[in-house]
Write a protein that binds this ligand. Structure first.
Ligand SMILES: *Cc1c(COP(=O)(O)O)cnc(C)c1O
Length: 428
């Protein structure tokens, strides 16, 4: 069933460390060998062995309208004949900046980079530059990319591999990274009290998606906002995952909470490698060349990436009904999954918000990294493979959010629910 994938993986391992260009693709957490893809269309992916899957990764988020979304593909094709990069400004960069500033609350300016990692790295640098302080607080199980300072209690990929201290990250860097459990405001208060006038920023996934999908408890983000205001700390919302996914304006809009800086990735590039950091003018003008906080990128604002992102974002902006449709599809799926798990007598928790969700096999609520880790992740491993065999491609780790796309049909959702029922009967 997977012989070509297995063969390609053997070849890849000879020339690429671990056979993949990003660790979570290697299936380490669930076992088995990664599936090599050939093409994808709408809600389906097709592998090199000719298997077809309903896709719940959607390139880890960007494919919110499904794969090979025609307007995006067409825009890329049309633009590519002009050149794939100039190294000089284009009008397109201003137009996408205006579009995003119109969609997202509390931002006046935006800087494009090439990944979510770069975006978060830059946000911390700005916060340090603006406040003149060195330390920052992040939450256990939240992922903000692979920059040195973030590889402390870093969620999904790192959690999946069971890595604690990351070789290559020096203690002098990681000692400026303070961590608290997600949803634990007293722990944050204590860190601030213990490090007076030393904390530049608190960076948080406003809805956490890198330890499964975990919602902020009432008062948590409001409390962070207040602590930041009282202590001259910048609040950074890492919306690399939630931006443009949960609402046009991301979690800031959905939850009505203001961040001082916000980072984007994933959807913003329409499947091309793009990230961005955005905020109010007074903060953003600290970035070079307007200010002294240096940041640069040879391919930043790349025209092919910009036209892909612009086309996708513009569609989302003009059709807010998409978010309602995604919500309805998610509710339908979650109800069906509850029936499938419950029918098999399997204890479970399903966390869901908009088109993000995750399933954990435990009777306890999943509110932070510790509770996500304590769930029956061995059962998830079996569930993942049973679903894969039934043509449903889930994220290959219990520490990842599932992403839904609007190309999913009722038939796809029914097929997924049927697969879950049969999978659970087979493995429980
Ligand atoms: C994916 C992700 C990142 C990193 O983005 P890359 O483009 O993979 O560098 C950062 N933060 C969050 C919340 C993410 O989900």
């Amino acid at each position: 069933m997977y012989s070509k994938s297995e063969n390609l993986f053997e070849q890849a391992k000879r020339v690429i460390p671990g056979g993949v260009n990003s660790p979570v693709r290697a299936f380490k957490s669930v076992g088995g060998t990664p599936i090599f893809m050939e093409r994808a269309q709408g809600s389906y992916m097709y592998d090199v062995d000719g298997n077809k899957y309903v896709d719940y990764i959607n390139s880890w988020g960007p494919m919110i309208l499904g794969h090979a979304y025609e307007p995006v593909v067409k825009a890329i094709q049309d633009y590519a004949t002009r050149s794939t990069s100039f190294g000089a400004p284009t009008e397109l960069e201003t137009r996408i900046a205006e579009l995003i500033i119109g969609m997202v609350p509390n931002i006046d300016m935006i800087r494009m980079v090439n990944s979510g990692t770069e975006a978060c790295m830059t946000a911390i640098r700005i916060a340090r530059g603006v406040t003149g302080k060195n330390k920052f607080i992040k939450f256990e199980g939240c992922y903000h990319g692979h920059a040195d300072a973030f590889l402390v209690s870093a969620g999904s990929g790192v959690a999946t591999l069971g890595i604690q201290a990351v070789p290559g990250v020096t203690t002098s860097v990681s000692q400026d990274t303070l961590t608290a459990p997600y949803n634990n405001l007293p722990a944050v208060q204590q860190l601030i009290a213990e490090n007076p006038d030393q904390i530049a920023a608190i960076i948080v996934e406003p809805i956490a998606g890198n330890m499964g999908c975990i919602l902020p408890q009432p008062g948590f983000l409001e409390g962070l906002r207040q602590l930041c205001d009282e202590n001259n700390i910048l609040l950074i919302f890492d919306e690399v995952m939630t931006g443009f996914r949960l609402a046009r304006g991301g979690a800031q809009e959905l939850l009505g909470i203001r961040a001082d800086l916000v980072t984007f990735g994933k959807i913003i590039g329409g499947g091309m490698p793009v990230g961005a950091v955005a905020g109010p003018r007074a903060i953003m003008e600290n970035l070079a060349p307007a200010g002294k906080v240096y940041q640069a990128g040879t391919l930043s604002g790349n025209p092919i990436a910009m036209i892909a992102g612009y086309t996708l974002l513009n569609t989302l902006n003009e059709n807010p009904v998409i978010y309602q449709q995604l919500q309805e599809k998610a509710t339908y799926l979650v109800n069906g999954l509850r029936e499938a798990f419950g029918g098999a007598g399997v204890v479970h928790q399903i966390n869901q918000i908009g088109s993000m969700l995750s399933a954990h096999f435990t009777e306890y609520p999943i509110i932070d990294f510790a509770s996500a880790s304590a769930a029956n992740n061995e059962l998830f491993r079996k569930f993942f493979h049973a679903m894969l065999e039934r043509g449903i491609y889930l994220p290959p780790s219990a520490f990842e959010s599932w992403f839904m796309c609007n190309a999913l049909t009722t038939e796809d959702l029914d097929a997924t629910i049927q697969a879950a029922k049969s999978a659970m009967q087979a493995i429980k």
